[in-house]
Design a protein around this ligand. Structure first.
Ligand SMILES: Nc1nc2c([nH]c(=O)n2[C@@H]2O[C@H](COP(=O)(O)OP(=O)(O)OP(=O)(O)O)[C@@H](O)[C@H]2O)c(=O)[nH]1
Length: 149
């Protein structure tokens, strides 16, 4: 049987604030990965670039305005979609600048600022665990490069 070669591209962003801390979003109970905490974002739609999809998703979900130039590619993770084939690729960006105070605008979602020290204790979808670890390492790398304060 011919395998499905569809690749679903999902984009997500780590909004990083002082602390450091990161904005996480709780998924609606009735959706895939319901009740788990993830990075805000969603699927890239036809005609969009990954960056324009993220600008749209963060506007819709959080009411924040991101500039594509402020999106730093950070890491990615992939997952097979099941026996029919196909896969999902999750691209994680990092942003330190945005306009607006993030709020949970979608029904049945929550947002929370999470200290990096507590991030890996959150219940997250499986793909987010290595991505969260990459995020923590990236900030530790910045702290080392900048030297003791
Ligand atoms: N946004 C986002 N989605 C993630 C993350 N980790 C992860 O496994 N996913 C999965 O990627 C998929 C993204 O779908 P979504 O439902 O958020 O996308 P969307 O906003 O375009 O939704 P829709 O298809 O319901 O309209 C979901 O299966 C979601 O569970 C993450 O950190 N952020």
């Amino acid at each position: 049987m011919e395998k499905n070669s569809t690749v679903i591209v999902v984009v997500a962003v780590a909004l990083v604030g002082q602390g450091p801390r990161v904005l996480m979003q709780k998924r609606p109970a009735n959706k895939a990965h319901g009740g788990l905490w993830e990075f805000p974002g969603g699927k890239v739609e036809m005609g969009e670039t990954p960056e324009s999809a993220l600008v749209r998703e963060t506007d819709e979900e959080l009411g924040v305005a991101l500039e594509p130039a402020d999106l730093e590619p950070l890491s990615f993770a992939t997952q097979a979609l099941g026996s029919a084939g196909g896969s999902m690729v999750l691209l994680l960006y990092r942003a330190r600048k945005w306009r607006g105070d993030p709020k949970a605008l979608e029904p049945d979602t929550e947002v929370a600022w999470v200290d990096f020290s507590a991030l890996l204790d959150l219940p997250m979808p499986p793909l987010d665990v290595p991505l969260a670890a990459s995020l923590i390492r990236s900030i530790e790398g910045v702290a080392k490069a900048e030297g003791p304060s």
